[in-house]
Design a binder for this molecule. Sequence first.
Ligand code: HEM
Length: 219
Amino acid sequence: MSTNIGNWLDERIGWRNIWQTIFDRKIPKVNWLYTLGSASLFVAVNQIVTGILLTIYYVPTPDHAYDSVRYITTEVPAGWLIRGLHHYGASAMVILVALHMLRVILMGSYKFPREVTWMTGIVLLLVTVGFGFTGYLLPWDQKAFWGSTVGTRIAGTAPVVGDFVLNVMQGGDELSAVTLARFFGVHIWFLPAILLLTLLVHIYLVIRLGISDQPKKGE
Ligand code: HEM
């Protein structure tokens, strides 16, 4: 029965070919370090799923943000779990992406023909850090408020563009409801859109070029 449905669909949309291209690829003899990209992808999916669930109760205003996060943690069924997965997943993602990048550097996998994979990786790294920075403010507790105050002021010390960047980030002279709304908007719309588009290109290139072989001695 399931084979019949599989055949019926394959004749129309050719899914077996897509499946083989994505999951049945030949890979060189590699080691565990080569799983760090897939581990980053796994955590990214976790962040997207748990993040979407968190928006059901989270309210991005100074009056309600803190209380809504507390409500999620203490009252919503499995809310503590969803928030915990998102909270620790954020740290895990930064660590995994950094380790994945380190592996790429150490194995020389950024070299021809994988320069564009590397460049899209840089965008993914910046987006990951951006997620961490904008997400940090959202619980709107003391740690979030003062941590983000320090973070935005550091950005404000950049030469020439510092004042402009600080103003755009804060939406005024200090952290306010506008800042929270901006950080939330960037966290749930801008960054996910860039992440998904860049990931698509990154993974397409990984599949198209194949995984690089381990460098031999003297290479
Ligand atoms: C959200 C972040 C990222 C995800 C989900 C991701 C995902 C992946 C996956 C699944 C692979 C194939 C498996 C592997 O080699 O581990 C890969 C390969 C690769 N990634 Fe990433 N990556 C991310 C960030 C980065 C960063 C920050 C860089 C470097 C700046 C980078 C550069 C590369 C390169 C050059 C390859 C090809 C490696 C090879 O062929 O040996 N990636 N990535």
